[in-house]
Design a protein around this ligand. Structure first.
Ligand code: BGC
Length: 433
């Protein structure tokens, strides 16, 4: 891989870092914003979920915008929205404006969650695409970790510490904005627009030091919005939509968002909540690196199959421990970390790789945005229902529910997910359509 390609991918993957930071920052700020804005639990729940609602809207808008205006310009807008949201939330004095600025952050997260992986897949070569798109998942989990650490260090600021927690996000967001100006437009998107000369120039620069795969685009001029009526296109969009929803139904965010609740239900003391969250974040990061190492050799489908089985087993073990009253043990901790590691090696990164590969160029942004919208709807559903599920059903049946969802995912992947490793985006299109 050329150094330029790696640099460009890193810059665009900063979108993932802000995605992770923005979704995680609120957990540390909750105890302070609740009294400041005089919120009851219900209002707090809605304030937290408002980001996810913003994500749903953001990813829907980003689809057609990405197909019409390219990947780079919308990403610049996304960076600006992140800065506005960070500073606006930090300075808000009214609940109404605070929620408004969090919604703007959600729009940015939603749009970034589609544009970054799609861009990276379009500049990559076949042999490294899995690894490079997974870079986006790596930056998501690093962003989550950064938010935990920054909340930890800022919590002792005597007055209005929460303002700093939100405000610091403007630093990586500004870095993202400035660096984006040094990134080229996606050559594949340019080629689809008929700008062949410019596309080839960028492609050559990106792959100067590598073997130099040719930039080819099969004749996709026949592709337009009408194709959505054709079953063969609709089928793959449905596959993307279901897989993205299933990524959330693995139950990853019951741990990411509610780890302290789970630990305290299991009978562990809450004093170590921060330590536990950091351990969860570190395991998530390390095993995402493992996935990056294997995604291009072991293959996307194989990682998904192994990962979903392991997640099923770890969650079943947790369910058993809770049902038999043995939850307050080291094994619970090991099961949780085993579950996180299995997600990080499979559904975490691989979902984004598959989504960025299975749609033809002309509708890639729009179709990906539909799929990722279903991911955010899943996230909304999980974050809204889990607290009452845990208190109503208890840990045993809650984990059993998510274990079963992983079993469904296994069969879905087995039946519907194509093998795409090592193929060019255009070869995948020819294979599937
Ligand atoms: C998921 C997020 C999740 C994150 C954590 C992402 O792939 O889409 O919902 O919080 O991974 O690892």
């Amino acid at each position: 891989m050329s150094k330029y390609l790696v640099r460009v991918s890193f810059v665009v993957a900063l979108g993932g870092l802000l995605f992770g930071f923005d979704t995680a920052v609120i957990s540390g700020a909750n105890p302070f914003i609740q009294p400041y804005f005089e919120m009851d639990d219900w209002t707090l729940g809605w304030t937290v979920s408002s980001v996810i609602l913003g994500c749903i809207v953001g990813v829907v808008i980003a689809g057609p915008v990405g197909d019409l205006y390219g990947r780079k310009r919308p990403l610049i807008l996304v960076a600006i929205l992140f800065i506005i949201s960070a500073l606006g939330s930090a300075l808000a004095t009214q609940l109404f404006s605070f929620i408004g600025y969090r919604l703007i952050g959600g729009l940015a997260v939603g749009a970034a969650s589609m544009l970054s992986p799609v861009y990276i897949s379009e500049v990559s070569t076949n042999a490294h695409r899995g690894k490079l798109v997974s870079l986006n998942q790596l930056t998501i989990v690093i962003g989550i970790l950064l938010a935990f650490f920054s909340n930890y260090f800022l919590v002792d600021i005597p007055e209005d510490n929460w303002r700093w927690m939100f405000g610091v996000e403007a630093i990586p967001a500004s870095l993202f904005l400035v660096s984006l100006f040094y990134v080229p437009e996606s050559p594949r998107w340019l080629l689809l627009r008929g700008e062949q000369k410019e596309a080839n120039k960028i492609w050559k620069k990106l792959h100067a030091e590598s073997e130099g795969e040719k930039l080819t685009v099969i004749n996709e001029s026949k592709l337009n919005f009408k194709i959505l009526k054709e079953w063969k296109y609709l089928k793959w969009i449905l596959v993307g939509v279901v897989l993205a929803f299933l990524q959330q139904m693995t139950g990853i965010n019951i741990i990411m968002y509610y780890a302290p609740n789970i630990f305290s239900t299991a009978g562990f003391s809450t004093d170590n909540a921060l330590l536990q969250t950091i351990v969860v974040g570190v395991v998530n990061t390390l095993f995402t690196l493992v996935a990056m190492r294997f995604v291009d050799s072991f293959g996307r489908k194989n990682l998904l199959l192994v990962g979903t089985v392991l997640m099923f087993l770890f969650l079943s073990l947790m369910s058993y421990l809770f049902l038999s009253g043995q939850q307050q043990s080291m094994i619970t901790l090991i099961a949780i970390l085993g579950f996180i590691a299995s997600f990080a090696c499979s559904m975490g990164p691989v979902l984004w790789v598959v989504i960025s590969e299975i749609f033809p160029g002309e509708i890639r942004a729009m179709a990906s945005s539909l799929a990722i919208m279903s991911l955010w709807i899943g996230a909304f559903f999980v974050s809204l229902t889990f607290p009452s599920m845990l208190s109503g059903w208890g840990g045993g049946y809650s984990f059993l529910f998510y274990a079963c969802c992983n079993l469904i995912s296994f069969f879905f992947v087995w039946k519907f997910i194509p093998k795409t490793k090592g193929k060019s985006l255009e070869e995948i299109t020819e294979l599937l359509y």
